[in-house]
Design a protein around this ligand. Structure first.
Ligand SMILES: NC(=O)c1ccc[n+]([C@@H]2O[C@H](COP(=O)([O-])OP(=O)(O)OC[C@H]3O[C@@H](n4cnc5c(N)ncnc54)[C@H](OP(=O)(O)O)[C@@H]3O)[C@@H](O)[C@H]2O)c1
Length: 258
């Protein structure tokens, strides 16, 4: 079995690659930075491609090359992504564009490169990583959140279109996860965004990866690594007014202090 994992050089993608490798899968990894990619490739004896997922031509050539080397793609796990929080009034338009290009189009291009073959074979699994911010609009995520909402919307349509062709479609909604992305994101997070997440301990990438692989095994559409995202994904409309009131109160308390 052959899994192609974008964002496979770090965090959730790398942890997922490790689990699949341990199960005997061949894994192929895609990311931009050569150093981490080579290290992961060596560790997992994986084929790798250093490519930006927001470049459709280069990404599809990379995926075609990986399929030539390791056989048809049995599972695509689209993990490549980046998050740049900030207050709406302070963010450059370029940040909004970058989030959509990497988080949304990066996912779309990867799926378009593998879906026709999977449909033809009537087999395969396509899993995309969205975020808790793809379930609820959260203070500080006006650029990142909409890109992750778009990933969710795409996967909902694909579930309806591709399931009848024998292809499993899943979407993952992680809460905060202890990865380099979270550390980078924290440098830009407004105090209000920190106040919302409160003292919740981030999950480990390994725990999220376990849920992803379990979701693939069970051919689940919704892959929610924790209770919070699980409730939000299933009862969104009912839960979000309560959460919004709680978060608004935390932000108001912060404003009073300063
Ligand atoms: N960590 C969290 O709290 C959290 C929460 C919810 C959702 N997520 C989502 O989970 C996914 C994985 O993130 P992570 O937390 O595991 O972060 P991570 O450890 O920083 O890994 C991100 C991976 O994506 C790659 N990547 C980033 N931009 C890319 C691009 N333009 N083209 C190709 N590869 C790219 C990175 O490698 P290079 O930088 O070398 O390209 C790296 O391999 C992302 O979609 C993220 O939005 C994360």
């Amino acid at each position: 079995m052959h899994a192609i994992i974008t964002g496979g050089s770090s965090g959730i993608g790398l942890a997922t690659a490790r689990i699949l490798k341990a199960r005997g899968w061949t894994v192929s990894l895609i990311a931009r930075g050569a150093a981490r990619l080579e290290a992961a490739g060596e560790e997992l004896n994986a084929n790798t491609r250093a490519v930006d997922v927001s470049d459709e031509t280069k990404l599809s050539a990379a995926i075609d090359g990986l399929v030539d080397e390791a056989g048809p793609c049995d599972a695509l796990i689209s993990c490549a992504g980046l998050a740049r929080p900030g207050r709406f009034l302070e963010l450059d338009t370029e940040v909004f564009r970058q989030m959509i290009e990497v988080d949304y189009f990066g996912t779309l291009y990867a799926i378009r490169a593998v879906a026709p073959q999977m449909v033809k074979n009537r087999a395969g699994s396509i899993v995309a990583v969205s975020s808790a911010t793809g379930l609820l609009g959260i203070y500080g995520y006006s650029a990142y959140g909409p890109a992750k909402f778009a990933v969710r919307g795409l996967m909902e349509s694909l579930r309806a279109e591709l399931t009848p062709h024998g292809v499993h479609v899943g979407v993952v909604f992680p809460p905060d996860v202890d990865t380099p992305q979270l550390a980078d994101e924290n440098r830009f997070k407004p105090a209000e965004t920190f106040a919302i997440s409160g003292t919740i301990k981030p999950m480990t990438p390994e725990a999220v990866a376990q849920k992803i692989v379990q979701g693939m095994d069970r051919r689940r559409f919704l892959i929610c690594p924790d209770t919070g995202t699980s409730l939000l994904a299933r009862l969104g409309g009912l839960v979000s007014p309560v959460l919004n009131r709680t978060f608004d109160r935390r932000i108001a308390r912060l404003a009073k202090k300063s």
